[in-house]
Design a protein around this ligand. Sequence first.
Ligand SMILES: C[S@@+](CC[C@H](N)C(=O)[O-])C[C@H]1O[C@@H](n2cnc3c(N)ncnc32)[C@H](O)[C@@H]1O
Length: 268
Amino acid sequence: MDYSAFRLGERDGWSSRADVYDAATARATLQTIPMLLHNARVFPGARVLDAGCGPGYVAACARLLGADVEGIDFSEGMVRKARSLFPDIAFSVADVEELPAQDRTFDIVLSNIVLFHVTDPLRAMSEAWRVLKKDGRFVFSQWLGPDRSECYKLLFDVLGQHADMSRADPAPDAFLLSDETEVADMLQTAGFRDIRSDVVENVLHAQGPSFFDFFMNFGVRVPLILERQEPAIQASIRNEIDARAAQYWSDGSYRIPMPSIVFSGRAD
Ligand SMILES: C[S@@+](CC[C@H](N)C(=O)[O-])C[C@H]1O[C@@H](n2cnc3c(N)ncnc32)[C@H](O)[C@@H]1O
């Protein structure tokens, strides 16, 4: 299957969201960073790669723990943002499916909510393995799917009822990596051992008034589907999402459970 149009949509979608990241996506993704760092066992002087760094928060946290960090992202807008926020860290434009590093360079590769967006996650895992030193750790996170996430259940229930999914560009299964058994198989195939997973109970705190409008800035995968719908269908989806989200409104924001899962493996 050719996912190249999806890949371009993701890359450009993230670049156009770099300046609203803090007010949208970061309100859930940052909650996963402590578990990511805990499982990575960052140590002073560790060589760390933040793969799919976005605005660079994972890289910055690893550096606070004493690591020697660099970050890559395929979105130029995100790399520009990361450089402006953390000028002392080296960030560059590159793809997690083709890392610009020699074999056996890093002690740790971190990837926070990135493989959800890539066209070939097994290739990204194999690349992480290639650039890790022996016994190095790869730690990545992923959203749980509609079967375990109230947020994605709400969104995909409404999309399933109203959207014509065939209008979106072909894309890999968004939630394949939410399945512990699938991921353990893939990580083993990529060469990893001592595989573990930990669920993090993120709660998305979204500003109003419209949860639909918030989510159009929050993510890229769901907006890529929504942008392709007829205006009348899009309006119905907006109304339905906002009606269902109303039950989560509390004390000035929507508070919607949106758990993530953190996987880690050790390179032999
Ligand atoms: C949800 S954001 C997470 C950003 C960051 N890791 C964080 O924790 O804030 C997803 C990021 O993955 C990047 N990304 C997606 N696919 C990528 C790929 N194939 N190669 C490099 N970066 C990618 C996007 O550009 C975006 O910055």
